[in-house]
Design a protein around this ligand. Sequence first.
Ligand code: PAF
Length: 298
Amino acid sequence: MSLGRARGAMCGMEHVSEIKAVRERVAAARRSGRRIGLVPTMGYLHAGHMSLVEASVADGLYTVVSIFVNPTQFGPNDDLDRYPRDTEGDLKKCADAGVELVFLPAGDEMYRPDASTSVQVRKLTDTLCGPARPGHFDGVATVVTKLFNIVQPDRAYFGQKDFQQLAVIRRMVRDLDMPVEVVGCPIVRQPDGLAMSSRNVLLNGDEHGRALRLHEALCHARDRIGVGERDPVTLTTEMLDILAAAEPRGIDYVSIVDPETLQPVLRIERAVLIALAVRLGPTRLIDNMVVDPHAAGT
Ligand code: PAF
């Protein structure tokens, strides 16, 4: 039984690695009248993750953070082996932020060798990141379903930086009648505009500088919509010009889509999601912005 108590400002935090131990802690919290908040993560926690934790703690929930680098959402050419890890640092951040339980399962606790079941959300996964990462969203939907079943949270918090992931999870929860409220939290950016991501640490100094073009391209599109441009093709072409200056290894997509269906729009008449995925060296970065042409300031 691997159960620990993390040292830190909030010295009551526990970290466990077994499903059974999570269930015991959550049941005890419920018996004492608490409601449960879950923040699913793959660790290497940054300010974006911590904004989700803060939201759950501020909601007064018994806050559970899961840290699990989920192998089933990585393809053979993805960066599973390079994915950054810092369990000790993550535990300290969680303790300091008021998390009450961290679930740190090993791979064989989450997946039995003969596991034969997965969850698939169709249509929403055919666009944006779906074609470039076959199987990725099945891995996400499956592990999130398992985490929901293990923790049985009242609320679960996800970042809007992974906008498509959030849309997929919302659809899954709706379609499968899962009794959990999904809370989407705004993107957290570095002062220079780069969206917070665990993968940012994989960028060298030069790549970091070039990565700023992603946010610049999004801001350009937002500003052009603000002065009346309504043609997605024109905007996409202009964004590609800006991204070319980042000297990317590849651009998976630059898309202007309906935020509900994630399907491309022919003309910008209501709020749109502007999303992009760019490969800088071996690192794949995504970013997005929702822009409403009728909102003040756009
Ligand atoms: O967003 C992530 O970090 C992961 O996709 C998630 C939701 C924790 C599932 O592994």
